[in-house]
Design a protein around this ligand. Sequence first.
Ligand SMILES: *[C@@H]1O[C@H](CO)[C@@H](O)[C@H](O)[C@H]1NC(C)=O
Ligand SMILES: *[C@@H]1O[C@H](CO)[C@@H](O)[C@H](O)[C@H]1NC(C)=O
Ligand SMILES: *[C@@H]1O[C@H](CO)[C@@H](O)[C@H](O)[C@H]1NC(C)=O
Ligand SMILES: *[C@@H]1O[C@H](CO)[C@@H](O)[C@H](O)[C@H]1NC(C)=O
Ligand SMILES: *[C@@H]1O[C@H](CO)[C@@H](O)[C@H](O)[C@H]1NC(C)=O
Ligand SMILES: *[C@@H]1O[C@H](CO)[C@@H](O)[C@H](O)[C@H]1NC(C)=O
Ligand SMILES: *[C@@H]1O[C@H](CO)[C@@H](O)[C@H](O)[C@H]1NC(C)=O
Length: 373
Amino acid sequence: MRVVSFVPVALTAIPLASALPRAYEPIGRRSSINSLLNDVLVFDAPAFDDPANPGNTLVQLQAFVSTPEISATPLLDAAQPFLQDTIGLNITNDLDRVASRLALFTTIGLGGKDVPVTVGGCGTSPTLQGTASNGMAIQNISLGACGGAQALGKVNSETSSNFTLFPASADGFGVISDIDDTVKVTHTLDKLLSAKATLIDTPVPVTGMPDVYASLAQSLNNPQFIYVSAGPFQLYPFLKSFIETTFAPANGPIMLNNLTTTNISQILDFSNLDGVFDYKSAMIDRIHGMYPGKTFLAVGDSTQKDPETYGNAIRKYGDFIQCAWIRLVDGANNTDARFAAAFEGVDPSKFKLYNDTEIPSLANIDVAGGKCS
Ligand SMILES: *[C@@H]1O[C@H](CO)[C@@H](O)[C@H](O)[C@H]1NC(C)=O
Ligand SMILES: *[C@@H]1O[C@H](CO)[C@@H](O)[C@H](O)[C@H]1NC(C)=O
Ligand SMILES: *[C@@H]1O[C@H](CO)[C@@H](O)[C@H](O)[C@H]1NC(C)=O
Ligand SMILES: *[C@@H]1O[C@H](CO)[C@@H](O)[C@H](O)[C@H]1NC(C)=O
Ligand SMILES: *[C@@H]1O[C@H](CO)[C@@H](O)[C@H](O)[C@H]1NC(C)=O
Ligand SMILES: *[C@@H]1O[C@H](CO)[C@@H](O)[C@H](O)[C@H]1NC(C)=O
Ligand SMILES: *[C@@H]1O[C@H](CO)[C@@H](O)[C@H](O)[C@H]1NC(C)=O
């Protein structure tokens, strides 16, 4: 690895680790890019036809380079009073679980790092150039004529983290899906239950959705599934493992938000809608940039800003979003006025609001034939 570690930043983490009173083992390191000081996470990546070079594939690769994960003890010590007193969640018996869910919040992003990777079946070793100061890099990287099939990629280092390459053709279907309370029970509107679902509980799918997505995987002929959540990228390992196991036929890349805070109140603030519309709209722009010729079904729920985001995307991109499905979550704003505003100017045949009783019947909708309900 040609980039040398930025030692001063790494060292800021160490006094915390050595000052720990309690016995959490340091979290297992994801990968080592340079001796003991850097870790690399490469996210599962969408790949698409290179518009400038027919027959070539571009991968939109995202990596996070950071100091290694350290003990979560300081974070938990700071979080516990808030969780106990404000939310009413006692994590005393679940400290290991919580520590592992929050592990990435104990890292510090490192700027200016290059990340060379290898993609299975491809001879070349492309490199992500220069992470931003938050440790993140997102770049389109050419795989040349290779990269047309789903493949495993890895970071070029001794203990590398793997990622999956998800290529998709320029046409055909795709599915844009929210995660929290669309496919995974998060209880977004309830502070105690959402903190518990995020920090402690084994994740549970919204009943019936795994079957609906498995059915879409077939009826839409292996569409590109892309999960778009406004949640912090630090939850990626948790969410990835959930999607990969519970939604296996609908596995796909997950787009998450940048968050630098370690303030647990902000990490768990699902009710904070600031920026959610703009973030999700930007992710749809990003997907449109890669797959302008595809037709997407967009699936979300009524807790946050999915109706507004998808309604706006339909107005902006027309048939690129063929259809929006919105799960009506109890306690959310499910008024006619809200949906009339969100889907103003959108043909009512292009969106469907559904309650939990109707979930199994979603699989019967002829989306491939152009229908939405
Ligand atoms: C939290 O749970 C632990 C273990 O059950 C218990 O000992 C402790 O008293 C609880 N704390 C509070 C504030 O309820
Ligand atoms: C990466 O994938 C290879 C090949 O499947 C596997 O042998 C290796 O254990 C994986 N590494 C990690 C860190 O998951
Ligand atoms: C996250 O940070 C990277 C690096 O600054 C940036 O390129 C990317 O657009 C950011 N993503 C979001 C969702 O803001
Ligand atoms: C964490 O964020 C909350 C909400 O924004 C704020 O009220 C609180 O003061 C912050 N705590 C710390 C330690 O900064
Ligand atoms: C990647 O390529 C897509 C499609 O050409 C484009 O929309 C997008 O802006 C590019 N992203 C970056 C980071 O260059
Ligand atoms: C629901 O949304 C509509 C449209 O944005 C708004 O006018 C109304 O005040 C909201 N109702 C509640 C209870 O928040
Ligand atoms: C769900 O929607 C169906 C069909 O519109 C309706 O018959 C049923 O009463 C609804 N169920 C609930 C619990 O709202």
